[in-house]
Write a protein that binds this ligand. Structure first.
Ligand code: 2P0
Length: 352
């Protein structure tokens, strides 16, 4: 029997993911059921990601959250995640005929959740995806159910895109058909080692803070953009193309879908009333730069993708890493390594 007065602790890490075919819009706001399927690449957690330490004990009075060093009120979404994890634990305990005394003590566990984003918070990359995935993973680990539940379903309740950060590599989130969301889960399609030469470079654009968060932006698009009608089918088709390109390791095909889907997302946002614009001038310059570069190379070798913000994610293969970084540094970076698009734009092959 476990000691009811003891305290325990566990620490876990979770990575950020970047969608290649984007999630935008919900069928159910509370259960966070998406309007369309999506597919993403999970990034290396040592660079961008979240680290969470959960201390837990039956002696604590209530759950609490410390985010990036500051105590915060637990949001209703996080409350849903915690409640659902407790429910999953009770089911698991009954199924495994857990000792009744232990079950009683563990049911009384309260959590002190200390969570830190590894990326600079001010850079606007503090994704809720790695944060909610990390908290879910930490709580499930604390209760000993990490191996026996679908953590992607639980993380989804905290933030939609978080369900994809539970797995590495290429990950698909199916919208699902069930009203209770039981089949709205993420699945790994290919592990990261299936295409080890693939790279993602994040260009932090010094943009203003976005005025409309993605949760709100999605709601507005669902209500007002006609482009949303064809979106579920379009996403299914594009996901198939991504999977095919991955299987064949065909970068030009992959890159083309990635850029098209990013452009579609931002076209939907511009078609929303009132229009939402997440990109800024720097983002537009980078888009043009990638197309110019690809036309000089002669095929799609670099792809851009943008989420609900101006930051640019470049996807490419290792063989182009040096060339890309060199051209970027010659074209856009100042002496401090900061993006500066005021410099003469890369627009001809003289720079090569
Ligand atoms: C994605 N985004 O697939 C898309 C692309 C932004 C653009 O998922 O309301 O923070 O918490 O479910 O997951 C950002 O939205 O939204 C997002 P909620 P979330 O990655």
């Amino acid at each position: 029997v476990i000691d009811p007065d003891s305290e325990w602790e566990c620490t876990v890490e979770a990575p950020v993911n970047i969608a290649l075919v984007k999630y935008w819009g919900k069928k159910d706001e509370k259960l966070i059921l998406p309007y369309n399927d999506s597919i993403s690449l999970t990034l290396d957690e040592t660079v961008l990601g979240t680290r969470t330490t959960v201390s837990y004990s039956a002696t604590y009075e209530e759950d609490c959250l410390v985010l990036n060093g500051e105590e915060q009120k637990i949001s209703s979404r996080l409350e849903n995640v915690i409640e659902e994890i407790r429910r999953a634990f009770r089911k698991h305990a009954v199924r495994n005929k857990m000792n009744a005394q232990n079950l009683m003590i563990m049911t009384r566990f309260r959590f002190r959740i200390v969570t830190e984003n590894k990326m600079p918070t001010a850079a606007g990359l503090a994704s809720s995806a790695s944060g909610m995935a990390c908290i879910t993973f930490a709580l499930c680990t604390a209760l000993g159910i990490a191996e026996s539940v679908d953590m992607s379903r639980l993380a989804r309740l905290g933030s939609g895109s978080a369900c994809r950060s539970i797995y590495g590599g290429l990950v698909q989130w199916e919208a699902g058909k069930e009203e209770d969301g039981s089949d709205s889960v993420a699945k790994q399609i290919y592990p990261a080692h299936a295409w080890p030469e693939l790279r993602v470079l994040v260009l932090v654009v010094n943009g203003e803070k976005k005025k409309i968060g993605s949760t709100k932006g999605m709601q507005m698009s669902i209500e007002t953009s006609d482009f949303m009608i064809s979106r579920p089918k379009q996403c299914k088709d594009r996901i198939q193309e991504v999977c095919w390109a991955f299987q064949a390791k065909h970068f030009p095909a992959l890159g083309e879908v990635i850029m098209k889907d990013s452009n579609t997302l931002h076209a939907i946002c511009r078609d929303t009333l009132p229009p939402v614009n997440y990109l800024n001038e720097t983002s537009e310059v980078l888009i043009e730069f990638v197309h110019d570069l690809n036309s000089i190379i002669g095929e799609v070798s670099v792809a851009y993708t943008f989420d609900a913000g101006p930051n640019c994610f470049l996807v490419f293969q290792e063989k182009h890493e040096h060339l890309l970084k060199w051209i970027l540094s010659q074209t856009f970076l100042d002496s401090n390594g900061l993006l500066n698009t005021d410099k003469p734009k890369f627009d001809n092959d003289e720079n090569l």
